[in-house]
Design a protein around this ligand. Structure first.
Ligand SMILES: Cc1cc2nc3c(=O)[nH]c(=O)nc-3n(C[C@H](O)[C@H](O)[C@H](O)COP(=O)(O)OP(=O)(O)OC[C@H]3O[C@@H](n4cnc5c(N)ncnc54)[C@H](O)[C@@H]3O)c2cc1C
Length: 263
């Protein structure tokens, strides 16, 4: 592994100040993506700024209208928090589907969102539930946050601090997993929110996206048949050794139907 300096600040302010002072720093969350990347020398930062001692980044707050989850909250905490499971059951259901117990104990919701892996589960939750991504300097609607393959609206040095999710009337997530990695070949979150139906698709394209034609169909009639009747184009969808674009398009339809039926 390439040499780097290691820092463990205890406040957001110190983390941000360190980033500004370093040549080419990276924040470290659970390291589940970043450490393999460093080992393969696909990234060679001068400094790693570990966020694990910044206590304000961990935790779950529930109100009548929202749930707020700190960026450094591990998947396992979301999976097992009983109050959260009662308030927004789909979140525990998603956490249970992320990777394996070891990854769930280290990997964080903020790391997953900041990473914007095209096949990750939490981006579908954020976009499908109409969340707000809170950073150390501003708030970003999920609709504006995921900008491309491993790309987000975060500016260099900006720290994702929390995700704030309006409690949906109902929601479900259905994932067709790639059997070797467990990541989504296609995953669909369907939700009925205060602002109307939302459908978010992960695994199918460069980053998570909304299926607006399905949302319109659900606004007219909340039913699995309504979403299955929407023609899903393969244009722009990923085609790789795991699945061709037209197969992914078919899976979008099937997973969306299942998510609507389960919600
Ligand atoms: C074997 C394996 C299987 C997996 N399977 C799945 C799966 O099925 N579904 C799924 O969704 N995910 C899966 N993952 C991904 C995993 O769950 C983690 O969410 C993901 O790797 C991010 O890890 P992390 O939280 O440790 O972040 P890190 O790896 O530490 O960081 C990831 C990136 O985000 C940046 N970052 C982290 N936190 C912040 C922050 N607060 N502010 C700004 N930038 C930040 C880092 O600088 C880095 O660029 C899998 C991972 C592994 C290793």
């Amino acid at each position: 592994m390439h040499d780097f300096a290691f820092h463990r600040p205890t406040s957001l302010k110190d983390a941000r100040a360190l980033f500004a002072r370093c040549d080419d720093a990276s924040y470290l969350a659970g390291g589940m993506t970043l450490l393999p990347t460093l080992k393969q020398r696909l990234a060679m930062p001068s400094d790693l700024i570990d966020l694990s001692a910044v206590g304000e980044l961990v935790g779950i707050t529930i109100t009548d209208s929202t749930v707020t989850i700190g960026a450094m909250t591990p998947h396992a905490m979301i999976e097992t928090d009983k109050a959260l499971a009662a308030a927004v059951p789909v979140l525990a259901a998603i956490a249970r589907q992320v990777a394996d117990p070891m990854v769930r104990s280290r990997g964080t919701i903020g790391g997953s969102l900041a990473n914007s892996d095209p096949a990750a589960d939490w981006p579908a939750a954020a976009l499908g539930l109409g969340a707000t991504l809170v950073t150390d300097s501003r708030e970003i609607a999920a609709d504006d946050f995921f900008t491309g393959l491993f790309e987000t609206a975060l500016e260099p040095g900006e720290i994702l601090t929390a995700i704030r999710i309006p409690r949906p009337r109902r929601a479900a997530y259905e994932k067709f997993s790639q059997p070797a990695s467990g990541f989504a070949l296609v995953g669909v979150l369907a939700a009925e929110t205060a602002d109307g139906p939302r459908v978010a698709v992960t695994g199918a394209a460069a980053c998570v996206f909304r299926q607006t034609a399905m949302e319109q169909a659900l606004a007219a009639s909340w039913s699995a048949d309504a979403v299955r009747a929407v023609a899903v184009s393969a244009d722009g969808l990923n085609s790789d050794i795991h699945a061709a674009a037209d197969y992914r398009a078919h899976l979008v339809s099937v997973m969306a139907g299942r998510a609507v039926a389960a919600a």
